[in-house]
Design a protein around this ligand. Structure first.
Ligand code: GLY
Ligand code: MN
Ligand code: MN
Length: 458
C-alpha cells in the first residue's frame, strides 16, 4: 500500500475521518445484522489459493467485505469480529515464518479504533475469538474447519445484500481515499502518456505507469488495459506487447491505482499525431463532459446511459461514420455497434463495485433497458455514490462484421470505418462523486492538481 507517512496533510485527514467512518460502518452493519436476524459478524480476509500441483499460491485478493473495515489489502487469514455496541476485534495473521517476512502489527491512523490480536494461524484465530453467544453470521471464503466454528450462517444472501446495498454511498473518509487513488492514477497516466509520445511499447508504457504510481501490478485494482493502435478496439485488451509497432497511431490506456483499498478507474485515449482521429477524441471528450454535467443526485443511471447513446450517435453522424439520424441509430442498434458496453458502474473497494442493480436492501433488481445487457448500474444516483463515466466508440472487427451482414450495415459509412480501424477506439473515463446538485470529478481534479490547467485528453 502507498505510504502516507510522507504526506502529513493526508495523514491528518485520514486520522480525523476514520473514526466517524468506522462509526458509520458499525451502524450500517448493526442495522443489517438486526434486520437479518443475527447478533454478530465474523468476516474473513481470505486464504491464498494454491496453484494445482505447485507449492505456490495464486496472487492473493482480499475479500472486499473485510477491506470495508480495515485498509489491509494484502493480509490473508485474518478476521474481523463485530458485535454491535462493542469495539471491532481484528485477528491479525502474524505467523512465525522464516521463509517469508510476517506482517508487522500495524500502527496507523486506524489502529486505535480496534482491539487487535496477532494470531499464528486459523486455529489460533478460533481460540482468540470470544465465545460466540449471539447468532454469528460469517462472510468470506469457506475453509474446511469452518463447520466446527459454531457460526450460525455462512454468507447469508440476505445479510450480504443489505451490506452490499449501502456500500454505494461513500463516507467522507472513503472519498478521501478515492481522491488519493485518483491522484496516484493521474500520476501514472501522465507518465504513460509521456512514454507513448516517446515511442514506448505497451509493456514499457505499463512500467512507466507502475513506476509513477509507486505500485506493483498486483496492488492495482485491475490489470491495466494498454492498447496501441487497433488493440484499442478490444474492450478489455489484456496483451502487453513488448515490441513497439512499426507505425504508431493511437494509445488507449485504461488503468487505475489503489489507495487504502479504494480504486480509481481511469481511461484516456491519445492520437499519435493530429488527424481525424484526434478530432474524434476531442468530440468524445466534449460529449463525455456534457454527460458529466448532467450527473447529480436523483438521476436515473439508465437515463444517463440512453442519453450517452444519443450523444455518441450524434458524434458518429457528425464524423460521417454513420449516415442516419441519431434517433434512428439508437432505435436500430447501430449505436451499440460502436458503443457496446455500459456507461459506467459503481466504484469503491472493488473496481466494479457491488450493488449496481439492486432495487433496495430488502430485495429485487432494477432491470437493464432492453438491448443494453452489459449495463452494470441501473440505480437512481444518491449523494455520496461514486461512479465511473466512460463513454466510448470502438472500431471492433467482430461487431462491425456482424452489423455488415444485417440491416445496420446500410447505415454505416464503410470507407470511413476502414479509415478509423487502425486507431482501434476511444474511451474516456472519469470517476465522479455524486453530490446533491452535481458531482465532483475526482479524475479531472486529480489531473488538474498535478499540473494546473492540464485537462487535455488527446
Ligand atoms: N477498467 C474496467 C472498466 O472500465 O470498467
Ligand atoms: Mn470502468
Ligand atoms: Mn476502466
Amino acid at each position: 500500500m502507498s505510504d502516507v507517512g510522507s504526506n502529513s496533510g493526508l495523514r491528518f485527514m485520514l486520522d480525523s475521518a476514520f473514526g466517524p467512518h468506522l462509526e458509520a460502518i458499525c451502524h450500517r452493519t448493526a442495522q443489517a445484522l438486526a434486520a437479518s436476524g443475527f447478533g454478530a459478524l465474523l468476516v474473513h480476509s481470505g486464504s491464498p489459493v494454491p496453484i494445482f500441483e505447485d507449492d505456490q499460491p495464486h496472487a492473493f485478493q482480499v475479500n472486499a467485505a473485510f477491506k470495508v473495515w480495515v485498509p489491509l489489502s494484502d493480509l490473508p487469514d485474518s478476521f474481523i469480529y463485530f458485535v454491535p455496541g462493542s469495539r471491532p476485534l481484528l485477528l491479525f495473521h502474524s505467523p512465525p515464518d522464516y521463509w517469508h517476512k510476517p506482517a508487522a502489527l500495524p500502527h496507523a491512523y486506524w489502529t486505535r479504533h480496534f482491539d487487535i490480536i496477532p494470531v499464528a494461524d486459523r486455529e489460533a484465530a478460533r481460540k482468540a475469538l470470544p465465545v460466540m453467544a449471539a447468532a454469528t453470521a460469517y462472510v468470506g471464503d469457506v475453509f474446511p474447519e469452518l463447520a466446527s466454528w459454531g457460526v450460525t450462517a455462512v454468507n447469508s444472501p440476505e445479510l450480504k445484500r443489505r451490506l452490499d446495498f449501502v456500500r454505494a454511498t461513500k463516507t467522507p473518509y472513503e472519498l478521501i481515499c478515492l481522491r488519493e487513488a485518483s491522484r496516484l492514477g493521474a500520476l501514472g497516466h501522465e507518465a504513460a502518456a509521456r512514454a507513448f509520445q516517446a515511442g514506448a511499447s505497451e509493456f514499457e508504457i505499463e512500467l512507466a505507469f507502475l513506476r509513477a504510481c509507486g505500485l506493483r501490478e498486483q496492488e492495482l485494482p485491475y490489470n491495466p488495459i494498454i492498447a496501441l493502435n487497433e488493440g484499442g478496439a478490444v474492450l478489455h485488451y489484456q496483451v502487453l506487447e513488448t515490441q513497439s509497432p512499426p507505425q504508431r497511431h493511437s494509445l488507449l490506456i485504461d488503468a487505475g491505482a489503489e489507495f487504502a483499498g479504494y480504486a480509481s478507474d481511469i481511461t484516456r485515449t491519445y492520437s499519435h499525431r493530429d488527424s481525424d482521429f484526434a478530432a474524434l477524441i476531442r468530440s468524445m471528450d466534449a460529449m463525455q463532459q456534457t454527460l458529466c454535467g448532467g450527473i447529480h443526485a436523483g438521476v436515473d443511471w439508465r437515463d444517463a446511459h440512453l442519453r450517452a447513446h444519443h450523444l455518441a450517435a450524434t458524434v458518429l453522424r457528425d464524423a460521417d461514420i454513420t449516415s442516419c439520424s441519431p434517433e434512428e441509430a439508437v432505435a436500430t442498434g447501430v449505436s451499440s455497434v460502436f458503443l457496446p458496453h455500459g456507461l459506467g458502474h459503481l466504484l469503491g473497494l472493488q473496481v466494479h463495485d457491488v450493488g449496481g442493480l439492486m432495487q433496495s436492501a430488502e430485495g429485487g433488481d432494477i432491470p437493464r433497458p432492453p438491448g443494453h445487457p452489459y449495463l452494470r448500474l441501473t440505480r437512481v444516483l444518491q449523494e455520496g455514490f461514486v461512479v465511473t463515466m466512460e463513454p466510448g466508440i470502438y472500431f471492433n472487427a467482430q461487431l462491425l462484421n456482424a452489423a455488415k451482414g444485417d440491416a445496420r450495415g446500410a447505415r454505416i459509412n464503410w470507407p470511413r470505418v476502414d479509415f478509423f480501424r487502425p486507431f482501434g477506439g476511444i474511451r474516456i473515463e472519469d470517476n465522479l462523486a455524486v453530490t446533491a446538485g452535481g458531482c465532483e470529478n475526482l479524475t479531472r481534479d486529480a489531473f488538474h492538481g498535478l499540473r494546473p490547467g492540464f485537462n487535455r485528453v488527446a
